[in-house]
Design a protein around this ligand. Sequence first.
Ligand code: HEM
Length: 248
Amino acid sequence: MTLGPSVGLMALATRTERRTEPQPSMTRIFWRSTVGKKTVMALSGLIMLGYLVAHVMGNLKIFFGPGEFNAYGHWLRTMGAPVLHHSWALWIVRVGLLAAVIGHAVSAYQLSRRDIKARPTAYVHKRPRASYATRTMRWGGIILALFIVWHILDLTTGTVHVGGFEEGRPYQNVVDTFSTWYGNVIYIVAMLAVGLHVRHGFWSAAQTLGAGNARRDRALKAMANGLALVLTAGFVSVPVAVMTGVVS
Ligand code: HEM
């Protein structure tokens, strides 16, 4: 039996279609892979860590009085001038940070979905639980995301602020926040979450980016612990200073 011309044409069309099917780009292949998502987590985490180091240094200026702290808040809006317009540099930082937060959160969510799906459940009665570190990172990440929303509404927009938010007077705003018991609780819990998250996150990022090896692991662990401790102590010192009347 001979095949009609239309059948031959169909076979040719299918073959041509297969050949011209769009290939996924390198970026897409990278993003879909587990190592790609881990790399995005590591790099976005390091960007946020850089911001936290700068932020804690800025916060410590509160110990030099309202003049210096408020001037620092003003500088955040005038940095880059006169080349950049008022607040432009701050907005560039904000957009970069937002991209880092989104990249970090989306890859964390997708990696944990993948991890849950891949866990063997056939021969066990109870589903094996994720490791202690993994659970701490997941819960810590959720607490920090909620904290950041609260923190911006409290000290940047003033929406949930107590005691009359005053734009351009961050010193008084910070003192107001830490004059309430719940302000102290929210911030101190979040700062402890920052410490735990940085401690494990820094270590994981170093492994993902290939910085870890048997010789360097001890130094990397010490760096992770040191960073976590300095950040937590620096951030917590501000509410403690307000509670004890050192800053008022
Ligand atoms: C005791 C601890 C902290 C204090 C006293 C504090 C204080 C402040 C203040 C006063 C501002 C407003 C600055 C201004 O607009 O002039 C601010 C903004 C901000 N803080 Fe904090 N902060 C603390 C901890 C944190 C932590 C742990 C994070 C991140 C996890 C964080 C993330 C941010 C962000 C994203 C902004 C918004 C920056 C902007 O776009 O204007 N802060 N903080």
